[in-house]
Design a protein around this ligand. Structure first.
Ligand code: HEC
Length: 182
């Protein structure tokens, strides 16, 4: 009984301290001040677990198709590269100014994640976005097919040269032109 009481008292004081801190307005919300380690860990782990659980049953289609790659390259170049960069680029004004920083998706990342798991997570993240970061939910305005095309492209992007990137991301535009729409 006594331990129960002190656990309760401890929880109450923790709650009071947290509430007082929030209302005092001392917690920095400027994007140019990084989170403290505890807040960073909380947000990072919660986001990571959330995406992992939400995306684990998504069926991944065949991503090895040239059409997908070209469509994905065009969309990536227009909608994503400002934040997530392209081969040969180290940063942009947006990538430097955003917090959390957008990962450089053109850089090779060593990861133990299976290709399929990575594709599932990328698809989910592109479709639904990430709260309170710069990552928009593209699923509100784009079909699943277009999102899979970007996922297909993202699998190749880290291994591309700047020239290959230029050719591929322009190929879709000239294809659209020759079909008569812009
Ligand atoms: C305005 C900037 C911005 C734009 C535009 C943007 N993103 Fe993001 N994106 C982010 C940020 C910031 C994160 C990291 C969010 C976090 O860590 O909480 C992110 C995360 C991601 C991730 C998860 C990466 C990882 O390793 O966890 C993927 C995949 C992604 N974006 C793909 C895209 C694609 C594809 C597009 C274009 C359709 C796009 N993003 C457009 C800012 C942006």
């Amino acid at each position: 009984m006594k331990t129960l009481k002190s656990v309760f008292a401890l929880a109450m004081s923790a709650l009071i301290v947290i509430t007082a801190t929030i209302y005092s307005g001392v917690y920095p919300f400027g994007a140019d001040t990084p989170h403290n380690n505890l807040t960073y860990w909380l947000l990072d782990t919660a986001r990571d677990r959330s995406v992992a659980v939400a995306s684990k049953d998504i069926a991944v289609p065949d991503l090895q198709q040239v059409d997908l790659l070209i469509a994905g390259a065009t969309d990536y170049n227009e909608m994503c590269s400002g934040c997530h960069l392209q081969p040969g680029q180290k940063s942009s004004e947006i990538s430097l100014g955003l917090y959390p920083a957008p990962p450089n998706l053109s850089a090779v990342k060593s990861s133990e994640m299976k290709n399929e798991t990575l594709a599932q997570r990328q698809f989910w993240t592109i479709k639904h976005g990430i709260k309170a970061s710069g990552m928009p939910a593209w699923g509100l305005t784009h079909s699943d097919e277009r999102i899979w095309a970007m996922v297909a492209f993202l699998q190749k992007l880290p291994h591309m040269t700047a020239l290959q990137y230029q050719i591929l991301s322009q190929a879709g535009i000239s294809q659209e032109d020759s079909q008569g729409h812009h």
